[in-house]
Design a protein around this ligand. Structure first.
Ligand code: TXA
Ligand code: MG
Length: 382
């Protein structure tokens, strides 16, 4: 049995009875899911190897993928990581609490080696959610917490999503309502010379990082090609399409990335393809998508489209989900995982999702869409 507690964000304190009960469960070594501003996390005492192993087991997560450690106060970095350099300090001052994870050298023995997957570094963040902060404080220890989904599934943005994936597999869920940002934190590493290297795009955009540390160079890890074959994706479509490769590497050298980024992720059960428009021609894409839908329906597919609300009514799919207004990547981010899960619930077998510009949060949205689609990104040819 998985226990479910409701905690209103406005009333969350470490003394709240439900927060205390959840913290006691964590101290007993049982995994507990809780809301953050990005997605729900599945927490365990970061120093308790047996508890952390239960998190990996509940998720079915590969052991070589390290967990992010969540703290309630920057002072909890003492004894956990090496002292952050000036750049890391500036980032924490600008974005904590918030959706930024900073990878720092770990103090040997400070957390279970299962948390770091044996690396010499640990990713740390202070979440911007009253329930998360109250729970970490009540537990009295940093909480290692990956997203609270079964490995490979879309991340949970509501307690119901957590229960869909993990009911009966974890000790409890603290329901604090829907999360805000909708995509996970940005994971960065501060390199010598004041360089900020993005290992995973997320809730803090590259533009925001640049603004927060004037003069800093911001680079990005190359996206994994795992499962990606845009060429085959284009060939498999009935309507004519051009394959679109992931953004080129920002650096020539072979760059380490967040280990988790190599796995197929966030995937709905249906076959998802991301469709970009010819520059300045969104209506050409709409016509293209509708032609493709007609053929797929004739083949017996149950079809879905994820699109800007301005165009939602123009699509002839069985299920059309509007992500929000065109040009609003923050709205797309908020609703993305919920939409992917909704397609599953509708039994959708063939999904086309509109691509967005990679500015601001659009970079994180496109990163997650590409992964959910196994790399199938095509440009509609009128
Ligand atoms: O917003 C978030 O970050 C959510 C909430 C729950 O905080 N958490 C989350 O955790 O997304 P997870 O486990 O789904 O993703 C953690 C990512 C993985 O890509 C992992 O490889 C990377 O962070 N990561 C963790 N520790 C790392 C390290 N020491 N070096 C490089 N990457 C690391
Ligand atoms: Mg995850």
């Amino acid at each position: 049995m998985t226990k479910l507690w409701q905690v209103n964000a406005a009333e969350a304190t470490p003394e709240h009875p439900a927060v205390r009960a959840a913290a006691e469960m964590l101290r007993r070594g049982e995994p507990v899911a809780f809301p953050t501003e990005t997605v729900y996390g599945l927490g365990a005492d970061a120093g308790d190897t047996a508890a952390v192993e239960r998190v990996f087991a509940a998720k079915g997560r590969p052991a070589d993928n390290p967990l992010i450690v969540h703290i309630a106060d920057p002072s909890q970095l003492d004894g956990l990581t090496a002292p952050p350099d000036d750049t890391a300090r500036a980032l924490m001052a600008a974005f904590w609490p918030g959706p930024l994870t900073v990878v720092l050298p770990v103090v040997p023995g400070a957390v279970s080696p299962r948390v770091t997957a044996g690396l010499a570094t640990v990713g740390v963040r202070m979440p911007d959610h009253p329930v998360a902060l109250a729970l970490i404080a009540a537990a009295g220890c940093p909480l290692a917490a990956p997203s609270a989904n079964r490995s490979g599934r879309p991340s949970p943005t509501r307690a119901a999503h957590v229960l869909d994936d993990l009911a009966g597999r974890i000790g409890g869920v603290v329901d604090g309502g829907s999360t805000g940002v909708g995509v996970e934190s940005t994971v960065v590493e501060c390199r010598p010379g004041g360089r900020i290297h993005i290992l995973r795009p997320g809730g803090v955009s590259a533009e925001a990082l640049r603004l927060a540390v004037p003069g800093a160079e911001v680079t990005s890890a190359r996206e994994s090609a795992a499962g990606a074959d845009p060429q085959a994706a284009a060939a498999g479509l009935a309507a004519r399409a051009v394959p679109v490769a992931a953004e080129a590497d920002a650096e020539a050298e072979g760059t380490p990335k967040a280990p988790g980024m190599k796995y197929t992720h966030y995937a709905p059960k249906g076959h998802l393809t991301v469709v970009t428009a010819e520059p300045g021609d969104p209506s050409g894409r709409t016509a293209w998508i509708n032609r493709e839908l007609v053929r797929r329906k004739a083949e017996g597919e149950r079809t879905g489209v994820l699109a800007a609300e301005e165009r939602a009514a123009a699509y002839a799919a069985d299920t059309v989900i509007a992500y929000g207004p065109e040009g609003d990547p923050a709205a797309y981010a908020r609703g993305l995982y919920d939409a992917l899960r909704a397609f599953d619930e509708a039994g959708t077998t063939f999904i086309l999702a509109e691509a967005v510009d990679e500015a601001g949060l659009g970079a994180a949205v496109m990163n997650r869409l590409r992964k959910a689609a196994g790399g199938r990104v095509v440009r509609a040819v009128p």
